[in-house]
Design a binder for this molecule. Structure first.
Ligand SMILES: Cc1cc2nc3c(=O)[nH]c(=O)nc-3n(C[C@H](O)[C@H](O)[C@H](O)COP(=O)(O)OP(=O)(O)OC[C@H]3O[C@@H](n4cnc5c(N)ncnc54)[C@H](O)[C@@H]3O)c2cc1C
Length: 320
């Protein structure tokens, strides 16, 4: 394995922001020309509330969320404690939130934010192959992150990563394993198939499709990373092993402090004050990701506070 694998793009971002921009340019990633006032990460109750309230304050807003906004709310069969809607199903309540949201005309990108980088007073957010820029951010990405492998944190940048598109060039000609929680992993797997010697794809969802013929699909479930100083592969639940130079977990939850380096975490939640401010200027957080109780009303309320305070922050920044 090449030594340069220990310096992945995540670390490079912290070390040299200019280099990252060169990297984006080399990869011909699309940089949206517009700088939004606010980018909201997550389109559950907290994110939608933040977006709607910032939009009412005349701010330009973009929401980055999953295909299926709020999987937990969608699963709730009956909600009895959201004021005004006794007994409503989670799916119907979410439908009402979405209907309201759509009246605002706010842009919604159905994808997850991968990494965020602060540069010259604005935040650059990598979403698939696109870079979105915003002056402020509301993080509303739901319940705290659960790792896929027990010790994955320890091996981040040592053959383990969360963004194959970012680290791909470091694995040129090597063998990699992609463990994907959703079909979002397919695009990255196809990209890796172009540059790697061998790509194993371990889908943790049903009916994978759109994969390059060179990719080998593994249907067993993964159990743990095989490691020495670096990651050397994965062991499956049935005891079989797959050896590789790199392992990526894609389409799952991303730990917030990995999304934005330097973000303060307290007891596994994003630390905020009553203004929903985090320790980073212009970065706010709302909803389940800030702590219990995990409830819709709390998420909507915190989303409102975060959206309003992000709007104030941008007004001060731009004096409008
Ligand atoms: C079975 C069940 C029953 C429930 N019953 C009730 C109830 O009766 N009453 C009640 O008040 N609450 C209930 N809840 C809880 C409620 O659904 C949550 O508290 C609420 O959905 C939290 O809203 P949120 O916006 O903080 O997060 P979520 O609704 O979880 O939304 C977060 C969104 O962010 C997305 N996301 C994650 N990472 C990223 C990223 N990197 N970039 C962009 N987007 C990202 C996720 O895909 C998700 O769509 C229930 C939950 C479950 C599972």
């Amino acid at each position: 394995m090449s030594d340069n694998i220990i310096i992945n793009i995540y670390e490079a971002r912290i070390l040299a922001k200019e280099e990252i921009m060169n990297y984006f340019n080399e990869r011909k990633m699309l940089m949206k020309y517009e700088i939004y006032d606010l980018a909201v990460l997550g389109c559950g109750p907290a994110g939608l509330s933040a977006a709607v309230n910032a939009s009412i304050r005349n701010k330009t807003v973009i929401v980055i969320g999953s295909d299926y906004c709020s999987p937990p709310l969608h699963k709730a069969q009956k909600i009895d404690n959201y004021l005004g809607f006794p007994g409503i199903s989670g799916a119907d309540l979410l439908g009402k939130f979405m209907d309201h949201f759509r009246t605002t005309g706010i842009e919604l990108i159905s994808s997850k934010a991968q990494v965020i980088n602060e540069m010259e007073g604005a935040y650059s957010i990598l979403v698939q192959e696109e870079v979105i820029q915003a002056r402020s951010i509301v993080i509303s990405i739901g319940i705290p992150y659960r790792p896929t492998f027990p010790n994955e944190e320890e091996f981040l940048g040592k053959g383990f990563g969360y963004c194959a598109t970012c680290d791909g060039p470091l694995y040129k000609g090597n063998d990699v394993i992609i463990v994907a929680h959703s079909n979002e992993g397919e695009t990255e797997a196809n990209f890796m198939a172009e540059i790697c010697n061998k790509v194993y794809y371990v889908p943790l969802y049903k009916n994978p499709g759109k994969l390059d013929a060179k990719i080998e699909i593994i249907s067993n479930k993964p159990a743990e990373l095989i490691t020495s100083q670096f990651v050397e592969g994965i062991r499956m639940k049935d005891g079989t092993e797959i050896k590789a130079d790199g392992v990526f977990v894609l389409g799952g939850e991303t730990a917030p402090d990995r999304l934005i380096p330097g973000l303060e975490i307290e007891e596994n939640h994003i630390k905020v004050n009553r203004q929903q401010e985090t320790n980073l200027a212009g970065v706010f957080a709302a909803g389940d990701c800030t702590g219990q109780p995990y409830q819709v009303a709390k998420s909507v309320g915190e989303g409102l506070v975060a959206g309003l305070n992000a709007s104030k922050y941008v007004s001060r920044l731009t004096r409008r």
